[in-house]
Design a protein around this ligand. Structure first.
Ligand code: GDP
Ligand code: IMO
Ligand code: MG
Length: 433
């Protein structure tokens, strides 16, 4: 046993997803030994840019570009094995050494082709009340998990004939469900089973008992990075239900989905964009409509990494961020896309919600209340300096520091880094205010 036990640091989304988690995990992977994705599935789109190359990861942890680091898809995920095989093949084709470095928890649930069909059918049936999901089958896969009818990755350890039989029965059962509820076209059982079986040679060797792996790694002194997907405001329990995803992107999901117990946690780092975005439907009180929103969307290139949908854009929502800091017990903040705010005459922050005659500083969890919220805005002086080339705290203009200090004070959490561009190098360790 090593003298020093390894510890775990959580990196999670503080807002509605797409905060730049992938970039930060990639950066922090250098000082860690193992990176574990802890929830969600291929609804995630985590972008990393380095040396002129861009990579978008949907399932594979964002530590994969750091040579020598192991990557684990944790038990809390719903994993589409076809997508995983494709993502691995894509990385291999680009010369990334993935062999022997990517492991799949045998208790992760399998997201199979019928989950995607069900996702689409469920959304269509909601008509005007749809959630605006990514269509990646997430809700139906977690539904199967909670109903105890799901299949876990360990299924790939079974011999072919037995697995084929189990899958065939499952597809036939799903077809019955589809016919009864939606009067939609059935899936071809043979074709579906063949597709799932075809990737067995890729998936089976990746299976790991992730509990044992991580316990042994920490005992051997290895430090672990726990990578979240989505964001706290999309959390099934803490987010804007029902306009949420079906997993827990917040701290609870990190514990459950990795199996690392709280006493091993070193830090909980919340990633926040310097403004806010949201993809899909649901309340977003600080949203900017019209030209202002469009301009932020163009400046920030705010188009979904998974679906290509335009992201809704708005000012930094401090009411939601305070709530997120509380829910997660954040110990550090990273502010991303800070470069995007430059050149604005005034930068605004949503400090409260006006609902009827009342001002709310605490997040109202009742959707019917939230839906009426109007933003109370506080204005800050803008700054003109382009920050893309800045690498030191001294290069950040005073007006920008006033904005950052305000966020840090209000969230009662220190800032660790400020990100000023998509590249791995465009990151500044925060200094004193
Ligand atoms: P994630 O899902 O949280 O990993 O974030 P996404 O990858 O979906 O979206 C973040 C987008 O912003 C990606 O296109 C990143 O390349 C980009 N990005 C990340 N950090 C910065 C930054 O500091 N400045 C700019 N301009 N772009 C950034
Ligand atoms: P990353 O990890 C932003 C949103 C969808 C929809 C809701 C439910 O890249 O930050 P789902 O397909 O999960 O059932 O959709 O959640 N959503 C995301 N929004 N970033 C993501 O992931 C998201 N993953 C899901 O747009 O509103
Ligand atoms: Mg994303």
């Amino acid at each position: 046993m090593s003298e020093k036990r390894g510890r775990a640091t959580v990196v999670l989304g503080g807002q509605w997803g797409d905060e730049g988690k992938g970039k930060i995990v990639d950066f922090l992977a250098e000082s860690h030994d193992v990176v574990v994705r802890f929830q969600g599935g291929a609804n995630a789109g985590h972008t990393i840019r380095t040396e002129g190359q861009e990579y978008i990861f949907h399932l594979i942890p964002s530590g994969i570009l750091m040579e020598g680091k192991d990557c684990i898809l944790g038990g809390g995920l719903v994993v589409d094995p076809l997508e995983l095989a494709e993502e691995l093949a894509g990385l291999r084709a680009r010369g990334v050494a993935v062999e022997g470095r990517v492991f799949l928890s045998s208790s992760a649930h399998m997201l199979l082709p019928y989950h995607k069909v069900l996702d689409r059918l469920e959304e269509e049936s909601k008509k005007g009340k749809s959630i605006g999901t990514t269509g990646r089958g997430i809700g139906p896969a977690y539904k199967d998990k909670a109903s105890r009818t799901g299949l876990r990755a360990e299924m790939y350890a079974k011999e072919d004939e037995r697995l084929e039989r189990i899958l065939m029965e499952r597809v036939i059962e799903i077809n019955r469900h589809i016919a009864a509820l939606y009067d939609a076209e059935a899936l071809s059982p043979k074709e579906t089973v063949d597709k799932i079986m075809a990737v067995k040679p890729v998936i089976k060797p990746m299976l790991v008992d992730s509990h044992r792996y991580l316990q042994d790694a920490m005992r051997a002194g290895k430090d672990i990075l726990l990578e979240g997907a989505q964001g706290t405001m999309l959390d099934l329990d803490h987010g804007t239900y029902p306009f949420v995803t079906s997993s827990n992107p917040s701290i609870g999901g990190a514990i459950v989905g990795s199996g690392v117990a709280p006493k091993h946690l070193k830090d909980v780092i919340g990633i926040f964009k310097a403004y806010c975005t949201r993809v899909g439907n649901g309340p977003f009180p600080s949203e900017l409509h019209g030209e202002e929103g469009e301009s932020l969307r163009q400046e920030g290139a705010e188009f979904g990494a998974t679906t290509g949908r335009p992201r809704r854009c708005g000012w930094f929502d401090l009411v939601a961020a305070r709530y997120s800091a509380e829910v997660n017990g954040l110990t550090q903040l990273v502010i991303t896309k800070f470069d995007i705010l430059c050149g604005m005459k005034k930068v605004q922050v949503c400090t409260g919600y006006r609902i009827g005659d009342e001002i709310y500083e605490h997040y109202p969890r009742d959707l019917s209340v939230l839906e009426q919220a109007e933003p109370v805005l506080r204005e800050f002086e803008g700054w003109d300096e382009k920050l893309g080339d800045a690498r030191n705290w001294d290069e950040i203009p005073e007006a920008a520091k006033v904005y950052l200090k305000y966020l840090s004070d209000e969230l009662e959490t220190p800032i660790l880094y400020v990100s000023v561009g998509p590249d791995r190098k465009q990151i500044i360790p925060a200094g004193e205010f």
